[in-house]
Design a protein around this ligand. Structure first.
Ligand code: ADP
Ligand code: MG
Length: 335
């Protein structure tokens, strides 16, 4: 599809260049022909004047000879213009093909990203939907299913549906961030408020594992989309809790540099291996030790969303981790 589009675009570029080139050539031919005729006429007039005024005059060139010279010059001019236009055609043909490739390549990349996104998403959705369907069908076929068992099946179905909803919400969010993240509403917000609100929201989850969050916000305001930054903190705090042992401690602090605010989320959890570290921001990527930890459910979309939020704020996100010792996420946002 893109190869065809590239060829079409090349043809259009070439058509425009050649129309311009031919028009100029025609103009040059017209002007130069007139000049040649004028020049020949004036030369003949001069010779005729010499012929009548001198005693021993040279014979004037016959008219036929002059006309031959004119048409010879015009032919040469035409030949030269044809050669120049052929060279322009060859050079601009390759240039147009190159430019068409350059023009289409971002569109092609976006198209391929979308295709991969749709195929990944449908693949991830298929597994839980099939599991849910099977569970419901098996229960329906069971003739001895009593009320208690039916209620259990319904409860399990609701929990599976909730997980599916989380997945689709994350997918929609990621798609939205990919397509129109620039719709962020930036406004000055207190850094302390942002951090306090996020900690308040995640606290119940931390309490289940008796994890304490020690947080230390810096003073001042930052120009951000408050809702998105809270979401970013929640993703990272949620990971820190999920991948840390019970009764451990998480540190969430921030400090200012000349132009930026730096946030750090430090845990003493399971850590990330060197093999996994380069991939954790990829869509749907989950390290093996995260998958096998049965309490840690997830779809591997959190960090992709986090990265997009940071990018849209022109900041950066980095990670340092040692397996079985802990992980530190560092976010830098411009003030
Ligand atoms: N604080 C952390 N400690 C250990 N591993 C982490 C931490 N945060 C992220 N990871 C790893 O990065 C992967 C991707 O994280 P994320 O995108 O949030 O997906 P999810 O939490 O759904 O698994 C996780 O599956 C896990 O392997
Ligand atoms: Mg996560």
């Amino acid at each position: 599809m893109f190869k065809q589009a590239r060829l079409k675009l090349t043809a259009w570029y070439l058509l425009i260049i050649m129309v311009i080139s031919f028009s100029f050539s025609a103009l040059i031919y017209q002007i130069s022909s007139l000049e040649i005729i004028h020049f020949a006429d004036s030369q003949r007039n001069r010779m005729e004047r010499q012929f009548y005024s001198s005693e021993n005059p040279p014979s004037p060139p016959p008219k036929v000879l002059v006309d031959d010279l004119i048409s010879e010059s015009q032919k040469n001019l035409l030949n030269n213009l044809i050669i120049i236009n052929s060279v322009i055609l060859i050079i601009s043909g390759s240039l147009a093909y190159f430019l068409a490739g350059r023009t289409l390549s971002p569109i092609q990349k976006m198209h391929e990203d979308q295709k991969r996104f749709i195929s990944d998403a449908s693949h991830e959705l298929k597994t839980p939907i099939t599991a849910l369907k099977t569970m419901l069908e098996v229960s329906l076929r069971d003739p001895n299913l009593d009320l208690t068992e039916s209620k259990k099946v319904l409860t399990d179905s609701i929990s599976a549906t909730n997980q599916l909803k989380t997945l689709t919400d994350s997918l929609l969010e990621l798609n939205h961030l990919n397509n129109n993240g620039s719709s962020f509403k930036l406004e000055p917000i207190s850094i302390k408020n942002l951090m306090t609100e996020s900690v308040k929201k995640i606290k119940p989850q931390a309490e289940v594992k008796k994890i304490t969050i020690k947080f230390n916000p810096t003073k001042g305001k930052i120009n951000v989309d408050g809702q998105k930054i809270e979401e970013l903190f929640l993703i990272l705090l949620d990971n820190a809790i999920k991948y840390s042992p019970d009764s451990s401690q998480i540190i969430f602090n921030s400090f200012k540099t000349k132009k930026n605010v730096v946030f750090k989320i430090i845990d003493k959890g399971i850590g990330i291996s060197d093999k996994d570290l380069p991939h954790i921001f990829d869509r749907f990527y989950r390290a093996d030790n995260a998958r096998t930890k049965n309490s840690a459910s997830g779809y591997g979309l959190g960090l992709s969303i986090a990265q997009k939020i940071v990018e849209q704020h022109h900041g950066s996100i980095g990670v340092q981790s040692i397996i079985k010792q802990g992980t530190t996420f560092k976010i830098i946002l411009p003030l």
